[in-house]
Design a protein around this ligand. Structure first.
Ligand SMILES: [Ca+2]
Ligand SMILES: [Ca+2]
Ligand SMILES: [Ca+2]
Length: 207
């Protein structure tokens, strides 16, 4: 009986740890940090799946846990001209990319070159040329590059993201963003409870 119970808990805990995908719920927002969609789950976040209407943007709260290993890319994950934006917790710009240069892709990649810290970030995806803007409608990112890979764009200044300026030219459709070095923004309470039960069971087994 004890063996069966432990085996059952291991199966449930295994299913929980494999839950590394996040599917957009309804339509993720774009109007500043409070409008971003919180990713919830436990452990590593390796993929976000969603849909972009033409001229729309979707922004997700994520947690970067290893800045040197961080990447986020739509290469191989979308059939339209994407852009990716990494925004800081205060809404200021961190780094953006339109087209990935290595494979001449119209899809996008945020590399670790432009990321210097762990913590909460907002990851935005849009189609070209729908860009994040501040309260005066000024774009957050220009065409200067980071010292690293040439396809990474740095912010123009310290202005804060409040919305996106819509541009229909890049199209829209289904997308997947593939991530490394990231975790869900919000640990799922139900999943944490299951892991807690597994922990208690493990403690009891050691007695
Ligand atoms: Ca959407
Ligand atoms: Ca949206
Ligand atoms: Ca692009």
């Amino acid at each position: 009986m004890r063996t069966l119970t432990v085996a059952t808990i291991l199966v449930v805990a295994g299913a929980a740890s494999a839950q590394s995908l996040f599917d957009e719920v309804g339509d993720a927002g774009q109007a500043g940090p409070g409008d971003a969609q919180q990713t919830d789950g436990v452990g590593e976040l390796t993929q976000i799946n969603g849909f972009l209407d033409i001229g729309d943007a979707d922004v997700y709260a994520i947690r970067i846990v290893d800045e040197a290993a961080f990447s986020a890319t739509t290469v191989g994950g979308a059939g339209f001209d994407t852009q990716l934006f990494l925004l800081n917790a205060d809404g200021s710009g961190q780094v953006e990319n339109d087209d990935e240069f290595d494979t001449f892709s119209l899809q996008s990649i945020i590399r670790s070159d432009g990321v210097f810290d762990t913590g909460l970030y907002y990851l935005g995806v849009s189609s070209f040329d729908t860009d994040p803007v501040d309260i005066d409608g000024n774009r957050l990112f220009g065409f200067d590059t980071w010292p690293g890979a040439g396809d990474q764009r740095s912010p123009i200044g310290v202005n804060l993201w409040v919305d996106f300026a819509s541009d229909p030219s890049g199209g829209g459709g289904d997308y997947s963003i593939f991530l490394t070095g990231a975790e869900f923004a919000v640990p799922t309470p139900g999943t944490m409870a299951i892991l807690g039960i597994a922990g208690i069971a493990a403690t009891r087994r050691r007695r």
